[in-house]
Write a protein that binds this ligand. Sequence first.
Ligand code: TYD
Length: 206
Amino acid sequence: MKGIFITMEGPDGSGKTTQIELLKKYLESKGYDIIITREPGGTAISEAIRKIILNPEYSEMSHMTELLLYASARAQLVNQVIKPALEQGKAVICDRFVESSAVYQGIGRGLGVETVYEVNSYALGNVKPELTIFMDLEAEEGIKRKKNQAELDRMEMEDLSFHKRVVEGYRQLAGLYPERIVSINATLPIDEIHSMIIQEVEKRFF
Ligand code: TYD
């Protein structure tokens, strides 16, 4: 079996986790061993970096530090988990990946999408997602869904205009790479979204 690498993207609160669980069941039914992971995180080192990045006390963190920390967490996850899994023919689903850096740091923070992809090329090597699902949701709606949570992390504490830039950024990226990044309206019912995702997976992999 050939490895499959799918990433799930979208603003905070867009329902990625639910869809990842459903996609996992579907890919299992196709006989795949599945690895589900998330960013920043997915290894002991990357989870430790995550704690630094998202700590609300570190309000002094520079945008470049933030970009490099996300890329460091990613480098470890790629080398320790994603690359070996793909080489073993597994299906890897990652909750957020390099497109999160492109929109949050590249567009949200204003570091530029090109800079972000350049920095991340060192973290990725030749590992690239074959399909990226973008759960498209207005920033206001995502924030509303997240506000029900107890504590907000350092990224979630950003103002509405930041989160709006993030959503616009995702839409731009999806327009730039339509063959890889598929936009799905995240306000649709869960089972409808799942069917749409499966259609895209079947088109590419089966
Ligand atoms: P997380 O709790 O995983 O968010 P969510 O549940 O919404 O997926 O927190 C990750 C946060 O980090 C989220 O606000 C997006 C942000 N992020 C970046 O800014 N750049 C990145 O490269 C990644 C992977 C995440």
